[in-house]
Design a protein around this ligand. Structure first.
Ligand SMILES: [Zn+2]
Ligand SMILES: [Zn+2]
Length: 495
């Protein structure tokens, strides 16, 4: 779309002679707010705290323009130029190779666009990002906001108090909670405090699965609060809600929206690999706001910042059931890949697996790569034909996990796809080839975190079979031992 400036305001027009793509208009005027203007409440609900494309807005352009002229709607550049260097205002992309040109029907020129965030709709040189500048929608909360009936462990309750404090004071806080500590419950008091103070709060997580799992839990805990559940293709897209749960990708549509943002699994794919999502998280926050990071496995830099006092953090070093985390054992298994090429496997690995089958103990067995896992599968089926293997592209992934839960599968081979998010009550865990670079400290701590989850079966054996110990293996083990030591010291463990 092309704009021109007339009487100090932007006018969309493709016909006026001096009209230009919006990125070629350096300063975008913003008309003052006309208090007497009757704004559209639906548009207000849709746009508050957002940055949307025209395509995302189911209202005619002349209505949007009229709100702009009366100061209620803002137009921002989709692509910002610093000199000749373009940057995408939505995802923060500055990398030349992630921009491309195309013949654009909207402005009639060869238009530069951002390829990095194209899955959220195309941002090009003629794209305005549309937001809200008027009053925010009124939210009326019930007297009793939280209906959550559960209780917190001592460790959870200490962390919960810190979360409340950070939200009230608009601070940043890292909650470093071991796998199985029960981190969701730790958020409830903080969410309640935010809502009570009329703050808008969002929980963002990299995985759609987690959004789907958390949504009913939040709705149950806050039954009278509107909860927006956002992921690719979700129906709540246009819903204004004081409490939002979203995939990190969806944050790209928000701008200065949240007074408190909770980022779950900050270490997990794709957040760490996609700078755009970090950019999105920063943009989605109000300038004065709280930021809570949740993780079981902060990266090395963050761990260092915690130790040196540069980062505010709190730990939950013990699980809800008050038993220590099982500590991994390292077993050398020789050049296992070479053996696999000859359709054989190390004897100690075979023994480990056979022992589980004989004892009727379920196990997860991790492999670094799909092809190696698929070579191993027929070899291991000598012990039980019902052994299965699963990976990210497996169309039967959900069914297999379900069968594992129903105890119809004795042993499930897997890639790192099951390193987090899945809970089976009573399993042992093995990693074959723990020396592989795919098994980072964080991945190994998560994998070890699959064992001993339930209070009826708090123990579980974790074995890292390797062809040479790595630093990552040692760091993972050290981290688990440290957490157990701290849990004991703080009186969060029973043994
Ligand atoms: Zn972009
Ligand atoms: Zn264009």
């Amino acid at each position: 779309m092309r704009f021109t400036i007339k009487n100090g305001i932007l006018l969309p027009s493709n016909t006026i002679e001096d009209s230009r793509p919006i990125s070629q208009i350096p300063a975008l005027p913003q008309p003052p707010l006309n208090q007497d203007y009757h704004f559209n409440g639906n548009l207000q609900q849709l746009l508050t705290g957002k940055q949307l494309l025209l395509n995302d807005i189911p209202f005619p352009l002349n209505e949007i323009q009229s709100h702009y002229e009366n100061g209620y709607v803002t137009y921002r550049h989709g692509i910002i130029y610093k000199g000749k260097q373009p940057a995408c205002a939505r995802c923060g992309n500055k990398d030349q190779q992630w921009f491309a040109y195309y013949p654009c029907a909207r402005c009639g020129e060869t238009c530069l666009y951002c390829r990095q965030c194209i899955m959220m709709g195309r941002i090009s040189g003629c794209t305005p990002l549309i937001g809200w500048n008027g009053p925010v929608p009124d939210t009326i909360h019930p007297e009793k906001i939280s209906q959550w009936q559960g209780t917190l462990s001592k460790g959870q309750s200490e962390a919960s108090n810190r979360v409340v404090g950070a939200i009230q004071e608009n601070k940043e806080l890292l909650v470093w909670a071991v796998c199985g500590a029960g981190k969701t419950e730790v958020l409830f008091a903080g969410i309640e405090a935010a809502l009570a103070a009329k703050k808008r709060i969002c929980i963002a997580t990299p995985r759609t699965d987690v959004v789907l799992e958390l949504t009913p839990r939040l709705k149950a805990a806050f039954p009278e609060i509107t909860v927006a559940s956002l992921y690719g293709g979700s129906e709540d897209r246009h819903l204004y809600a004081p409490l939002t749960i979203a995939t990190t990708h969806q944050l790209l549509r928000f701008y200065h929206a949240f007074d408190a943002l909770i980022l779950d699994e900050v270490d997990a794919f794709p957040y760490t690999v996609e700078e755009s999502l970090q950019h999105a998280a920063i943009q989605a926050r109000n300038p004065a706001s709280a930021m809570i990071y949740l993780t079981a496995t902060p990266n090395e830099k963050w761990q260092r910042e915690c130790r040196s006092g540069k980062r505010a953090f709190t730990t939950i070093p013990a699980r809800f059931h008050r038993h220590p985390l099982p500590v991994p054992e390292f077993i050398w298994c020789g050049n296992w890949q070479k053996r696999l090429q000859k359709n054989r496997m190390p004897v100690n690995v075979l023994r480990w697996i056979n022992e589980r089958i004989q004892a009727n103990k379920q196990a997860l067995v991790f492999f670094p790569h799909i092809s190696l896992m698929e070579t191993a599968l027929p070899i291991l089926r000598q012990f039980a034909q019902t052994i299965e293997a699963v990976h990210a592209e497996d169309p039967d992934r959900k069914e297999k996990v379900q069968k594992m839960r129903a105890k119809e599968i004795p042993l499930l081979l897997t890639t790192t796809i099951l390193e987090r998010g899945v809970t089976f009550p009573n399993i042992d865990v093995a990693v074959i080839g723990a020396e592989d670079t795919i098994f980072t400290e964080s991945a190994l701590v998560q994998i070890a975190g699959r064992a001993g989850r339930s209070k009826d079966h708090p123990k579980g054996k974790i074995t890292f079979f390797h062809y040479g110990k790595t630093d990552e293996m040692l760091k993972a083990k050290r981290q688990i031992i440290e957490m157990n030591r701290e849990g004991l010291k703080r009186g969060l463990l029973d043994c």
